[in-house]
Write a protein that binds this ligand. Structure first.
Ligand code: NAD
Length: 489
């Protein structure tokens, strides 16, 4: 591989190529979006900052219990008076309109997402925002076809959906929640994560632009207590949550014994399995995409690399070389590969778990990159010599940290891959289709990628086994999570 290195031993240098923020008009203060209007929150407002600079972006309202109550009441009125009464094709028209508005405002949304979340603009621009539009287009198409979805006779909406999302894909998680709910005829109250409320608030403007009847979509900002108030509200019919397993467990307890339907999309510790017959360069790209995409803040990240023992050294060598070419820095720079860690708390968690990895005897290697002075950053890191019992092989780090384990036989790979309380995703890299099918049959994971990783499509269901949660989002299955079948019209 030496021959591709430039004579002076340095890789290509890139000139700065920052995306302009002039397209984004951020208000200094944001209220809550309830019943089609902006209202002040009665809780203690907070600040959202850019994790790459630690600079303030805006002041954000916090919803008190009374505000949550008002939002749920608005959603209930809208459900009864307007939304559930509309024909499926009329609901579909609104969803198509939202999808097109997302496309029209794509650049602005991408800039806002990178600013507030810290993810590279090339990801928010080329992955997050196009998928948001795709999700709305996809479910818009279902709105008038519910009777043909194979979900029982005369499927009916559930009512008011309480939706709580995390900070790693703020606008995309919003789309995963809101698009199927509205297509099925429900109204929603959505709470974005406290560190990334910006794009949900811009989405509220899109809801206004699209002329949705008031109260169909309500956005309440705030921290965990706002989310908890929403979950326990008696007039909520469905709770959809994406976030940590710990909070998911709390939510399951709260709704147990009530009429509320629940879907939980929680954490993961996916195995990305590389066999010796895999195309190694392609696999290396897949490993990088699997764990360093979005700084590893991905529930289905390939955070455990299981590599066949006889190609371990070759894979790790090539991986280190590839990681040495990644550019870490300003998320708004179009050449940036690795952006900022979303918050000081998350950075602390990544550091703590990495230190534990080292203490427990794994060998740590970090890509040589310059860490900016301000903001929250963590260089892409790999740990080799990781044991199945190591903390970093068991706990979700949710950062740019890869734990490498080895295996000799497919049976050993399966045993190690399944040796986790999670079961969200897995990856298989091999030249043999038969091996892919045999492995996929025995892996306990909701999503399994073969010779690729982190691919998403609105038509494809997504969700986990075991502590990764229950229920599916995406596809026809995702629609089913917002419907009950009713025997009579
Ligand atoms: P988190 O669970 O702390 O927060 C998620 C959301 O829940 C936030 O909006 C938060 O305000 C809210 N919340 C916190 N406490 C609550 C409570 N008691 N009741 C109701 N809502 C509450 O998680 P996080 O740190 O924001 O996100 C990272 C975690 O989410 C990771 O563990 C990751 O694996 C998981 N995640 C899973 C998926 C998936 O699809 N399975 C997707 C993204 C993230």
């Amino acid at each position: 591989m030496k021959d591709i290195e430039p004579a002076d031993g340095r890789f290509l240098e890139y000139a700065p190529a920052p995306e302009s923020t002039s397209i984004l008009k951020v208000r200094t203060d944001y209220g809550l979006f309830i019943d089609g209007e902006w209202v002040q929150g009665r809780g203690k407002s907070f600040t959202t900052i850019s994790p790459s600079s630690e600079k303030k972006i805006a002041t954000i309202a916090s919803a008190s219990d009374a505000d949550v109550d008002a939002a749920v009441a608005a959603a209930r009125r809208a459900y009864e008076k307007s939304w559930a009464k509309l024909s499926g094709s009329d609901r579909g028209k609104y969803l198509f309109r939202i999808a097109r508005l997302v496309q029209e405002r794509a650049r602005e949304l991408a800039v806002a997402e990178s600013l507030d979340n810290g993810k590279p603009i090339k990801e928010s621009r080329d992955v997050d925002v196009p998928l948001v539009a795709a999700w709305f287009f996809y479910y818009a198409g279902w709105a008038d076809k519910l009777d043909y979805a194979g979900l029982g006779a005369n499927p009916r909406p559930l009512g008011v959906a309480a939706q709580i999302i995390p900070w790693n894909f703020p606008l995309l998680m919003l789309a995963w929640k809101i698009a199927p709910a509205l297509a099925a005829g429900n109204t929603v109250v959505l709470k974005p994560a406290e560190t990334t409320p910006l794009t949900a608030l811009l989405f509220a403007e899109i809801v206004q632009q699209a002329g949705l009847p008031r109260g169909v979509v309500n956005i309440v900002t705030g921290a965990g207590d706002t989310g908890a108030a929403l979950v326990r509200h008696p007039d909520v019919d469905k709770v959809a949550f994406t976030g940590s397993t710990a909070v998911g467990r709390e939510i399951a307890k709260t709704v147990a014994g009530t009429h509320k339907k629940v879907t939980l999309e929680l954490g993961g510790k996916a195995a990305n399995i590389v066999f010796d017959d895999a195309p190694i360069d392609q696999a290396v790209e897949g490993i990088v995409n699997g764990i360093f995409f979005n700084q590893g803040h991905v529930c289905c990240a390939g955070s455990r690399l299981l590599v066949q023992e006889n190609v371990h050294d070759e894979v790790i060598d090539r991986l280190k070389r590839r990681l040495s070419t990644l550019r870490l820095g300003d998320p708004l720079d179009k050449n940036t590969d690795i952006g900022a860690i979303n918050s000081a708390e998350q950075l602390e968690r990544i550091r703590t778990l990495s230190d534990i990895g080292e203490r427990e005897g794994a060998e740590r290697w970090s890509a040589p990159c310059e860490i900016p002075e301000n903001g929250f950053w963590f260089a892409p890191t790999i740990f080799t010599g990781v044991e199945t019992s190591s903390t970093i092989a068991r706990e979700e780090i949710f950062g740019p940290v890869l734990s490498v384990l080895t295996f000799r036989t497919p049976a050993e790979a399966i045993a190690k891959a399944n040796n986790t309380p999670y079961g969200l995703s897995a990856g298989i890299w091999t030249d043999k289709g038969s091996k892919i099918l045999a492995m996929a049959d025995r892996l306990r994971a909701g999503v399994i990628w073969a010779n690729t990783f982190n691919r998403f499509d609105p038509a494809s269901p997504f969700g986990g086994y075991k502590e990764s949660g229950y229920g599916r989002e995406g596809g026809r299955h995702g629609l089913g999570a917002y419907l009950k079948s009713g025997a009579s019209k």
